[in-house]
Design a protein. Structure first.
Length: 215
């Protein structure tokens, strides 16, 4: 208990850092994932090819390698002087977007083809059909896998601590270097991660129940 009480500000900062990067990377992954999923089911061949390449490359690239690219390559090309928070968000968000894309695409596949054909017969464009007809019906199917993906993102955020971003893993490493028992440090760190993951699970269960009632 002493290690938590003596370094409560550090643990609090690490907890808030993990929470911040989880939220920002999750939002980026959801937006990009839905956009790329739209590309993958698009009738335009170049968009389908781009979506396929995006998913194939990111899903088959180790996340640590993406962090290396984000922290050592991206600042020299695009964002000079970018903070570790922004770079870690980009690495996590881009990586997770490939998994979100496949989850959303599988949900789109559960919507009967006649729904899209009826929308096109009414004069809707592909984008309107996807946004107004297909995605709202696919949402309920997509929620459970999205919950697992966002929880995995939360745990993957620990890699950011190895690159200097102030999150829970970074705090654990700092306290371990100061000689505190590693078992107690990991215990409090694990409990903090459990709080975040349980909150995410509860949020998605609430969304699932709401959609069940609406349906």
């Amino acid at each position: 208990m002493n290690v938590l009480l003596d370094y409560l500000p550090e643990f609090r900062a690490g907890f808030l850092g993990t929470l911040a990067i989880t939220v920002s990377a999750a939002l980026l992954a959801l937006v990009l994932g839905m956009l790329i999923a739209g590309f993958r089911v698009s009738p335009v061949p170049p968009l389908r090819a781009f979506g396929t390449a995006w998913v194939t490359v990111l899903r088959n690239t180790p996340l640590t390698l993406l962090f290396l690219v984000a922290f050592f390559v991206v600042p020299q090309i695009l964002f000079q002087g970018a903070s570790p928070y922004i770079l870690a968000t980009l690495a996590l968000g881009f990586y997770t977007s490939s998994f979100v894309c496949e989850a959303v695409r599988s949900g789109i596949g559960t919507v009967p083809l006649g729904q899209a054909e009826a929308a096109r017969s009414l004069g809707m464009t592909f984008a309107q059909t996807l946004r107004l007809v297909v995605l709202p019906q696919a949402t309920r199917t997509v929620i459970p896998p999205l919950s697992s993906i966002i929880i995995a993102l939360t745990k993957n955020s620990a890699i950011a601590g190895a690159f200097g971003y102030g999150e829970l893993f970074n705090v654990s490493k700092l306290l371990n270097d100061r000689g505190y028992p590693i078992a107690w440090i990991f215990l409090w760190t694990a409990l903090a991660y459990l709080v975040i993951t349980f909150a995410i699970s509860g949020l998605f269960r609430l969304l699932e129940r709401r959609l069940e009632v609406a349906r």
